[in-house]
Design a protein around this ligand. Structure first.
Ligand SMILES: [Zn+2]
Ligand SMILES: [Zn+2]
Length: 227
């Protein structure tokens, strides 16, 4: 896939973790960095770079038109977010979760879902996306995901959406979808871990347990988004 929006996805496929395990260094200035460190997105090259605090801060202005953008560390939850099963199925994402972000270079929203090969890009049907996102200009006050999308910073933040397993909900009822705004590096870390745990067709029970644990952590650290 030559048009993969983020080369970092290839990196996650190729290595156990996006970060090297031994003696990590800032990819901008080569200063040693701790295991827990921040990241900067190289927008044009579509890469996630490990950075020291100093280099990170150089690119922290969200309004600056720069090649590099610091990945913010906010986590938000949207309790009013609604998405019914039909809306989700219209997106044709084969699993119950995906992350969406605005790629400023491509000037569009892209969607990725996890699987045995890492993250796979979904060919996002724009009509289906607009109708669930409320981004459709014909319905400017659609309450769906427009609030969440409006708050999303290009390239560095993603909306992580999960719908319940098909066999665990009454098909007549709307699924209780969850939606979080998260740093993009959290999505990559998540997908990388899932890939390592994935077994068989649907990932297996370890994957399900990890997904539940991960969403529990995201929920615990998220603040309710203010409209
Ligand atoms: Zn640095
Ligand atoms: Zn890193």
């Amino acid at each position: 896939m030559t048009t993969a929006p983020f080369d970092v996805l290839a990196r996650i496929r190729a290595t156990k973790r996006p970060d090297r395990a031994d003696g990590e260094r800032c990819e901008m200035c080569a200063e040693p960095v701790a295991d827990e460190h921040q990241h900067v997105v190289n927008v044009a090259a579509r890469q996630l770079m490990c950075t020291c605090r100093g280099c990170y801060l150089l690119f922290a202005d969200p309004h600056a038109k720069l090649r590099f953008r610091a990945v913010p560390d906010r986590y938000l939850t949207f309790p009013d977010f609604t998405l019914d099963r039909r809306g989700w199925e219209a997106l044709q994402i084969p699993v119950g979760l995906a992350f969406f972000f605005r790629n400023s270079e491509m000037d569009r929203t892209v969607a990725f879902y996890p699987g045995p090969a890492g993250a796979t890009e979904s060919e996002l049907d724009l009509d289906a996306w607009n109708s669930i996102s409320g981004a459709d200009l014909r319905q400017p006050h659609s309450p769906h995901a427009s609030l969440a999308l409006g708050m999303l910073a290009d390239d560095v933040e993603a909306l992580l959406v999960r719908v319940p397993d098909r066999d665990q909900v009454d098909p007549e009822l709307n699924a209780e979808a969850e939606c979080y705004l998260v740093p993009i590096d959290a999505c990559y870390e998540f997908v990388g871990r899932l890939r390592l745990l994935w077994r068989g067709f649907d990932g297996g029970h370890e994957v399900r347990a990890f997904v539940d644990e991960f969403f529990g952590r995201i929920k615990a650290r998220s603040k309710v988004a203010a409209p």
